[in-house]
Structure formats: structure tokens, C-alpha cells
Design a protein around this ligand. Structure first.
Ligand code: NAD
Length: 337
């Protein structure tokens, strides 16, 4: 059996990665589209076999409640719209998958969790790396003691924001993006530090800098470097940037060996190396479509009535920590979580 999914927002990520990935899903099928552009929606509906009667816009979105073909709504809108469309979706009686970052504020995240609870629906945040085989292997290696005792993590995530790309324009707008590079891509560095250790940070320090006069950074930040201290003693050094060229890297330093994932959180073609004094060892892991895996994970969680692995609370925790990272950078003080 497959559950029916509706995709809200037909932007770059939805149309290039998510919608094509339904072909590889075992428990999920695309049955509805929500877009302000009917012509575009019709084109995708035809291409992916979606019944044109299941095309909605942002005005009649709530009437999706009357469509029994739709079990799950996947919100792939600019960050500032995640809360509204997830809450309306839950109120329409549908389960919700929401893109990262969950929402702009802690309050919005909490309202989303409450709405899903009230409607007795599942809410999952689309943290694809937590379903991706290379990252899962890295977590297993780090936590199994194969690197010795974990001492430090370095994680760097950044890219060069390009205002010529429509998908990057709203990212420079604080109201639509919630924050700058940290909310968009630095969140992967934060996630990596949390899922590699399996712990929550106890202390945070940070520094933030944006190139003066750069029109991209009038409202949102360019660079944030932050340090997290975990209960086991692991220190994570993380960077986040909208200025440096494409980087998606995780390094884990243990007393016996170092693990390097680079690229770590790309869509495809990851690379995992264990480095020891006597040489490097590359791990060959079968690549799988992480989008199909995460989509099916929510469908299976619904079918088995289980909490998904990355529920709303996981998204809320990151938003809470990112706000503390900003506070640490603003005040120059180390913050106890
Ligand atoms: P995008 O701009 O290409 O897509 C956003 C869509 O929302 C567009 O189709 C746009 O028309 C629509 N939209 C509706 N109301 C809008 C408004 N008021 N202003 C602007 N656009 C509006 O962006 P994207 O890169 O596809 O990102 C969409 C979401 O997906 C974001 O939350 C982003 O963080 C997330 N994302 C996740 C990943 C991942 O790997 N998990 C990758 C890329 C993007």
C-alpha cells in the first residue's frame, strides 16, 4: 500500500529533487500539487501522472481536507511560510512533512507541534541526512568506538549566495528566510554535530561577520562560526557561510582515527574516508535516494503509528539552538544551554 502525498510549493528543490524521487518510493505516491501557478502545476501534473483535479492553490488549500486521496502534505515553501502551511495542513487533517529549517521562531515551531498533536497527525522535519546511508554509516562508526574516544568534530557548510537565482532571492529576506546562512545551510553543521555525537550541546560560543556593503547581507548574515561543547567533552567547531564556494563537510576526530565525509550532505556522490597513522581507508557504501528514504520513513511511521525519527521536536531543537548561536555571537558571551 502507498500513502498519497501532496507537495506544496513547486520551486527548485521540490521540482528537481523531491517530485522525481517519488518514483523510487515504495510506500508513497504523489497525488496532489499546491501552487499559485496553475500552468506550471498542470505541466508537472501531466509529467508525473497527478490527476489535474488534485491541483490546489494557496486560496483553496484548506479544501484539501475533503480529498481522501491525500494523506500527507509536504511543505517546500520559503522558511517563513512553513508554520502557516504546516498548521493549516494539520488542521485539514493531514500528516505533515516540513522542510528544514522548521520555521523562523521557536514559537512557530511550538505552534506547529501543537497543531499536529491536536489533529492527532504526525509531523516530521525533512532532515534528509539522517536517512542517507553515508551519514548513517558515519554515525555508526563514530559511536561504535572505531575512532577511539571522540574528541572533536569539524563541520563546514556553505555556498556563495546568488541573487540572480530566484531560489536565492527570498533567502536574503529576513521575513521569508528567518535567518541567513545559518538557517539555510549552517543548520547541516549543527545537525552533524548533534547526530554524530548523539548528544545535545551544553555550551555555545559564536562569532558572526557579514561583508560590509554587500547587498546580499542587508537583512541576513553571511558567516557564522560556532563552537559547541557536548556532555562527553566533544568540542564541535562549525562554520556556516553564504560567501564561500560550495562546501558540505564533516570531520570527526577520535583518539585513534579521523573520519572524513566530504561531500557529507550532498544530494548524491558522498565520500567517506577513515584516516589513520598507517594510511587512509575509503569506505564504499551503496548510494541510495535519501529523499525517497525519508519520504517512505514518514509513510511507514504513519502506517505503523510510530513517532518519526526526526519529529517536530527535532526541528524545534535546532531553531532553539540557532537562536542561541545568534545570541552568543551578538553578546560575545559563551552561553549555557
Ligand atoms: P524556491 O524559491 O525554488 O521554492 C520556493 C517555492 O515557494 C517557489 O515555487 C515559490 O513560487 C513558492 N512561494 C510561495 N509563496 C512564496 C512567497 N511569498 N515568496 C517566495 N516564494 C514563494 O526555493 P527552494 O530552494 O526550493 O527552497 C524551498 C524550501 O526547501 C526551503 O525551506 C528550503 O530551506 C528547503 N530546501 C531544502 C533542501 C534540502 O536539501 N533539504 C534543499 C533546498 C531547499
Amino acid at each position: 500500500k502507498k500513502l498519497g502525498w501532496a507537495v506544496v510549493g513547486l520551486g527548485k528543490f521540490a521540482t528537481q529533487q523531491i517530485i522525481p524521487s517519488f518514483a523510487e518510493c515504495k510506500r508513497s505516491k504523489l497525488v496532489a500539487l499546491v501552487s499559485s501557478d496553475r500552468t506550471k502545476a498542470k505541466r508537472y501534473a501531466q509529467q508525473y501522472g497527478v490527476n489535474p483535479k488534485n491541483i490546489y492553490n494557496y486560496q483553496n488549500y484548506d479544501s484539501i481536507r475533503d480529498n481522501p486521496e491525500v494523506d500527507v502534505i509536504y511543505v517546500i515553501l520559503p522558511n517563513g511560510l512553513h508554520a502557516e502551511y504546516s498548521i493549516r495542513g494539520a488542521q485539514a487533517g493531514k500528516h505533515i512533512m516540513c522542510e528544514k529549517p522548521m520555521a523562523n521562531t521557536v514559537e512557530e515551531c511550538q505552534a506547529m507541534i501543537n497543531a499536529a498533536k491536536k489533529s492527532d497527525r504526525k509531523l516530521m522535519i525533512a532532515y534528509r541526512s539522517q536517512y542517507e546511508p553515508y551519514n548513517l554509516t558515519a554515525i555508526w562508526i563514530a559511536q561504535s568506538g572505531k575512532l577511539g574516544k571522540l574528541k572533536a568534530i569539524a563541520s563546514d557548510h556553505g555556498r556563495n549566495l546568488d541573487l540572480k537565482d530566484p531560489a536565492d532571492r527570498w533567502r536574503a529576506n529576513k521575513k521569508l528566510a528567518g535567518g541567513g546562512s545559518l538557517y539555510d545551510i549552517g543548520i547541516y553543521s549543527l545537525q552533524a554535530a548533534r547526530y554524530i555525537t548523539g548528544e545535545e550541546p551544553q555550551e555555545i560560543s559564536a562569532m558572526m561577520y557579514s561583508t560590509p556593503g554587500d547587498p546580499r547581507f542587508r537583512e541576513v548574515e553571511e558567516n557564522v562560526n560556532f563552537v559547541l561543547r557536548f556532555p562527553s567533552g566533544v568540542l564541535a567547531n562549525c562554520t556556516s557561510s553564504y560567501g564561500y564556494s560550495d562546501t558540505k563537510r564533516i570531520q570527526v576526530f577520535g583518539s585513534d582515527a579521523t573520519l572524513e565525509l566530504d561531500p557529507a550532505t550532498d544530494y548524491y556522490q558522498h565520500r567517506l574516508t577513515i584516516k589513520r597513522k598507517n594510511g587512509n581507508e575509503e569506505q564504499n557504501i551503496e548510494e541510495k535516494n535519501q529523499f525517497a528514504l525519508e519520504i517512505d520513513h514518514l509513510s511507514e511511521s504513519i502506517m505503523q503509528n510510530k513517532q518519526p525519527k526526526t519529529p517536530g521536536e527535532e526541528g524545534l531543537q535546532d531553531v532553539r539552538l540557532m537562536q542561541l548561536i545568534y545570541e552568543a555571537a551578538r553578546t560575545g558571551k559563551t552561553i549555557k544551554v
